[in-house]
Design a protein around this ligand. Sequence first.
Ligand code: UT7
Length: 334
Amino acid sequence: MQGLRKVAIRGTGMYVPPRVVTNADLEELMDTSDEWIQQRTGIRERHWVDAGTGPAHLALEASLRAIEAAEIEPGELDAIIVASLSPHHEFPGTSAFLQDMLGLSEIPVMDIRCQCTGFLYALNVGQLYVASGQHERVLVCGAEVHSTGLDMTTRGRDVTVIFGDGAGALVLEPSEDAERGILSLHLHAEGKHAKKLWVEAPGTVFSPRLTEEMVREGRIYPHMDGRFVFKHAVTRMPEVVHEALDANKCTIGDVDLCIFHQANLRINEYVGQQLGIAPERTYSNIQRYGNCSAASIPMCLDECVRAGRLEPGDLVLMAGFGSGFTWGSALIRW
Ligand code: UT7
């Protein structure tokens, strides 16, 4: 992006609600097993909210940690972008609630609806805000509360066991070093597969938008053609990783840390093998948090940052795939 400022990640944060739900806890609710869940997905447990907590609350905690790590005050933020597929309310967007919770007003806020790739789309928008000079400091957040919208019966077991609640956030600023910062973002979508992983109702195409019949039939819960989604994920993620590497004249051997969206550990192991990336250069937390959609990548990033896994100059690769379908990658010189 010639003529634009290089943009760096200044501070990161993450938050999950305190309640841990193990696979054994799910066995009490539906016909499933710890063995099935761990074998097929790698997930051991996830965190779910208690009633009254929404994604803006989780985003607030993650954002405060990111703001503290960036050594700024909330009042120094110029814009807020929140990626979420599970909005705090139907409208306005989660970002509006987050802005108020942060004690801010008047700065622009925006919600991004690109599901498990949402964080990468939000990062792209935030990067362009800062790169163009429109804003100096942008808060980018991924936040999800899946648990209040899941089918807790055997009917929904394929989807319900994989999702967790959580939030991840970061602050973007102009980079002080022209060599370091976000190198590229590549984003894609294929709407013809929208119904392969979706929640049908409530929907504005219906009048009324929600009926008792829809609730009874479980059309208010996520539905997924798991195998179909799996096949596309393991094809699209390597594709978009190569797109990022080629665009930057890098090879997979140059990558110091690879963070994939946390949909299924098996997907990421398979993608990692296809790419030929050493397992110790990847990071996963799905075992502890499940699939937190737009929050998964920034949650992983924050854990890596706080564990001291990143040195200045390291090359960080991110890639995600999700409902829409949407997919994308980011390459960052730390
Ligand atoms: O984050 C956005 C993108 N999402 C993804 O990338 C997810 C992609 N898909 C997947 O990760 C996998 O498809 C799942 C983990 C969701 C499912 O694994 P699978 O190996 O594709 O299983 P399946 O849906 O083909 O089902 C296999 C069997 C079925 O039983 P039968 O028909 O063989 O008797 C299911 O009824 O496993 C059964 N099953 C379960 N059994 C115990 C499905 N869910 C469960 C469950 N516990 N939770």
